[in-house]
Design a protein around this ligand. Sequence first.
Ligand code: PRP
Ligand code: URA
Length: 208
Amino acid sequence: MQVKIIDHPLIQHKLSLIRDIKTGPKEFRELLDEISMLMAYEITRDLPLETTEIETPVAKCQCKMLAGKKLGVVPILRAGLGMVNGILRLIPAAKVGHVGLYRDPKTLLPVEYYCKLPPDVAERDFVVIDPMLATGGSSAATIDILKREGARHIKLMCLVAAPEGVLLVNKQHPDVEVYTAAVDEYLNDHGYIVPGLGDAGDRIFGTK
Ligand code: PRP
Ligand code: URA
């Protein structure tokens, strides 16, 4: 199983709070926002830098700055929306695409209903975001869509993954690095991650 578990203590602490059934939508959204920002720090570790001359109040110096790589963030609707702002706080210049998918409750297969991507897809590095990687169907389908539109460099960032979901994405998209804060135990008969955190979209938006 190829997956990078981001086990920073702050992320693990906040993840435990977010799992708690007593955590309501307001706190859930705030925690997800904070965790997303912390995870963004990890997934942007390999961004290229370039040297630029800067004049400080004291002297000129050669300093490192981001080389201006084009980035795209693609939340999977709905629950992925809860991770957008945290990432944009760290990389505000990133463009945001949206892919709308829902899981058919009977087949658990993803059904596509929306796709709007930034321009220059082939030149961008993309991060697909969704708090939940369960069967992996939604994430794998979103990566299919991005590749169909020309994307070549894609990472997947989720909050909680099931082993089944990681393995499916590894199998269908071996070129895509998967980042998560936790790999949980298994999927139950309804396709929910155990112990997981329940339905992420419902907990973010207060629906059911
Ligand atoms: C949830 C979740 C993922 C998907 C994960 O979305 O946010 O997108 O299920 O399941 P999978 O890995 O088995 O595909 P859902 O379909 O419930 O839609 P929502 O975000 O609108 O609630
Ligand atoms: N989608 C969710 O929101 N939660 C799960 O546990 C599985 C899929």
